[in-house]
Every structure is written in structure tokens, then in C-alpha cells.
Design a protein around this ligand. Structure first.
Ligand SMILES: [Zn+2]
Length: 257
């Protein structure tokens, strides 16, 4: 199933930084690939290293923005002791940060502070004065550079929240249970303090033991890929995205389950 999933997703474009946010859907599931991380099913193809989605309707683009720190999100780098760092808003960034910190001696002792979630005001009160903002800035910049230079993604457009949630779990279960796809010796995640990441070869800690997809889900995924391809074609032909979102053809895509 893992091989099948990788191959089917190849029908879709792979997105590399820089890219236009308007070319992303409002709702979907993303599949991240990482430079030098090769799948185990023959030939040198990239393997999936992370699968994710968003909870709130319409938030796919902002989720990607928070990972890559794009557009307005870039101003989130102007944080101080009383504000959360960008990685407190993206678990993907936080995990890359954990590995980068663990990899470098000069950062290592900062890991306990890095772990603290400063979106919570009680943490700002209790631990804010322990923060080294210069250091956090350096780490955040390194994360952004790593993400932009070494990671690529594909997406499938899925408009129903519950379907996204179910599929996310099953898709993660599918790649996590593959015995052929393995992390490389030089994989950054080898430095992760999270055993789930280190052992699975995926930038994930949840759903690693979930069931994989079955024949029925395969049909659903193929439908979603088809719909995504149509949508990509449509936005290429339409300059006004807002107008497109109201078009009848777009609405059709919401009902593919
Ligand atoms: Zn595999």
C-alpha cells in the first residue's frame, strides 16, 4: 500500500519553495518529502516523511504558512520574551528545531527551554525570563532555511473535516508500517529526542500504529487525487480565485466521499 500511495501521488505536482499560496486549496492533506530521503520500492524516488492536515475549515494555507513562515507570518520572527516563538505554532517546526538543537553542541543545553510552549501565558509568566531570544532567533532561522531548502510537498484537496482526520490517520499508518521505506543514516530526524520520530523515520509522533488504508480507501484517495488535479487545472485557467471558489465545478469536489 505504501508503494501504491507514493506512486499515485506522483500524478500531482511536487511543490518547492518559493510557491504561491493561491495555488494551494483551502482544505486538504499534505505529504512532505525531504531531500536525500529515498523510498524503499526501487529507483531513487523521494519517500514521504510527514503527513498532516488542519482542523479548522479553510486553514490549509495558513497551516503551510506557519510551517514555512511565509508572508505575514514572517513578522512572527519579531518575537520577544513575552511572545511565542514561531515553532510554538507549528509542531513540524518544533520537531525540526528539536533535532537541530540536539545535533549541535552549542544549542544542546537549550532544549528544555525550547520545549516550553509560550502560546500559554502562564508559561510566559513562569519561564519567560529564562529565554535567550538571540538563540531562539538563530534556531528559528535555521528551521526556516531547512524547511525551505530541503522539504517539498504534495497535497490532496479534501473539504470534509472528518474525512481529513480519518484519512490522515490511515495514511500515516500506511507509511509507518512499511518495512521497505527507511530513513537514511544522515537523516536529520536521527537527532530527534523524540523516540517515535527517530524510530519511525517520520516527522510524526501520532498515529504511527494506526491501521493502513484498505481497498475502499484506495478508491477514495484516487477520487481525491482526480479532484485535486481538476482543481489545479481550474485555478491555472482562472485568475480570480475568489470567483472560482463559488463556481459550481468547485462545489462538486466537496462531495467525493
Ligand atoms: Zn514504503
Amino acid at each position: 500500500m505504501c508503494k501504491w500511495l507514493h506512486e499515485q501521488l506522483e500524478q500531482l505536482p511536487i511543490i518547492k519553495y518559493p510557491f504561491k499560496l493561491e495555488k494551494l486549496p483551502e482544505n486538504g492533506i499534505y505529504f512532505f518529502y525531504e531531500k536525500d530521503e529515498i523510498w524503499g520500492h526501487g529507483k531513487n524516488k523521494l519517500r514521504i516523511v510527514r503527513i498532516g492536515t488542519h482542523k479548522k475549515q479553510g486553514n490549509f494555507r495558513s497551516r503551510i504558512t506557519e510551517h514555512y513562515l511565509l508572508g505575514l507570518c514572517e513578522s512572527k520572527m519579531n518575537f520577544d520574551k513575552n511572545k511565542p516563538k514561531p515553532s510554538d505554532r507549528s509542531i513540524f517546526r518544533k520537531n525540526i528545531g528539536r533535532a537541530l538543537i540536539n545535533k549541535q553542541k552549542k544549542y544542546k543545553e537549550y532544549l528544555p527551554i525550547w520545549e516550553i510552549d509560550f502560546t500559554k501565558s502562564k508559561n510566559i509568566k513562569s519561564f519567560g525570563n529564562k529565554r535567550n531570544i538571540d538563540k531562539e532567533n538563530e534556531i528559528e532561522s535555521a528551521i526556516t532555511k531547512t524547511l525551505r531548502d530541503r522539504f517539498y510537498f504534495r497535497f490532496i484537496k479534501i473539504d470534509s473535516q472528518s474525512e481529513r482526520k480519518t484519512l490522515e490517520r490511515l495514511l500515516i499508518g500506511t507509511v509507518a508500517s512499511c518495512d521497505s521505506c527507511k530513513k537514511s543514516d544522515r537523516w536529520l530526524g536521527n537527532y530527534s529526542p523524540k523516540m517515535q520520530i527517530k524510530n519511525s523515520g517520520l516527522w510524526l509522533v501520532q498515529h504511527l500504529k494506526a491501521n493502513g488504508i484498505d481497498e475502499n480507501h484506495k478508491k477514495t484517495i484516487l477520487k481525491a487525487i482526480k479532484c485535486t488535479k481538476e482543481w489545479i487545472k481550474l485555478i491555472k485557467n482562472h485568475k480570480k480565485i475568489l470567483a472560482l471558489n463559488r463556481s459550481p465545478k468547485f462545489l462538486l469536489c466537496k462531495d467525493f466521499f
